[in-house]
Write a protein that binds this ligand. Structure first.
Ligand code: F3S
Length: 62
């Protein structure tokens, strides 16, 4: 699984950071970005939770 944040949709709500801080970080501009590369298997459920929790539907699983 790979994941990314659509910068055009993210509004900085931060739910993703709370659910999976190992993958999602906040940029200096206040929006989220996802770590590059494959999501470790043990974090896939947390990433899926973040996808569901984002109110802007900004997180995309590739
Ligand atoms: Fe942005 Fe959604 Fe996370 S709006 S900060 S990707 S919860």
């Amino acid at each position: 699984m790979k994941v990314s944040v659509d910068a055009d949709r993210c509004r900085g709500h931060g739910a993703c950071l709370g659910l999976c801080p190992e993958v999602f970080t906040l940029t200096d501009s206040g929006y989220a970005e996802a770590a590059a590369g494959a999501v470790p298997a043990h974090l896939e459920d947390a990433v899926a939770d973040a996808v569901s929790a984002c109110p802007e539907s900004a997180i995309v699983i590739e």
